[in-house]
Design a protein around this ligand. Sequence first.
Ligand code: SAM
Length: 253
Amino acid sequence: MTFEELKKLLSFSESASTEAKWIMSENLSDSETYKVIERRKFGEPLSKILGHRGFWQGDFIVDKNVLDPRPDSETLIQSVLEKFPDKNQSLRILDLGTGSGCLLISLLMEYPKATGIGVDISEKALKIAKKNTLKNDVKAEFILADMTKLPQNLGTFDIIISNPPYIPTKDIEGLDENVKKFDPLLALDGGEDGLDFYRIIAKIAPAPIVFLEIGQDQEKDVQAIFEKQNWEFLDSKKDYAGITRVLIFKKDL
Ligand SMILES: C[S@@+](CC[C@H](N)C(=O)[O-])C[C@H]1O[C@@H](n2cnc3c(N)ncnc32)[C@H](O)[C@@H]1O
């Protein structure tokens, strides 16, 4: 099948050209390609059909048990790189709600001497995260735990990163069908006002600096939550669409 034929078959998608290029790069047979297009027509993200997605410098296995890594989450990686420009540092990193592991693994790829622990409440997500360490040739430790009851013996970290679930419960119903259908609810629901996990992280985070992904318009609320727990606002960073996506706080331990 030629690129033009494929693009035409994908004309129902807003990103037909990008998706056609991606499918071409998979070297599928025509019958496999038709199957992909059939599933795509029903709204399933291409990453979940093909089973992987590129994020930052890596390639990550994804399935129905993990949030599909979003390009906007790369803002968090950029923020860490800006604050910690020396890539030879032996940073100790904790990722709360690691999912596919895309954030932690991307940082471990950038800082070869760093070590990392990823925490998630989903055993199935952690299985994918472990596979992603192998796929991207890094080592990380993963802990199956509820971040509201983080094990006491984890010690302290140089950096905490988190892209926690941050959608208010009442907004889940109104989300895009594809998100509702193909991303796990566990990765989305941030409680009544969407801010439950920020309240928890502000109380428990064992590190002098924390990098958080936030939802649109959550900047002021999250800042107030962290300042109440004696964190100092350090910086924020906008995503590719110009929306404030990452907040950085610091604290003397
Ligand atoms: C928004 S996803 C982020 C996944 C990944 N870090 C990323 O940026 O693509 C949030 C993750 O938090 C996990 N999670 C939800 N509740 C949790 C809890 N109480 N304790 C630990 N992890 C939790 C979910 O399973 C999900 O993997």
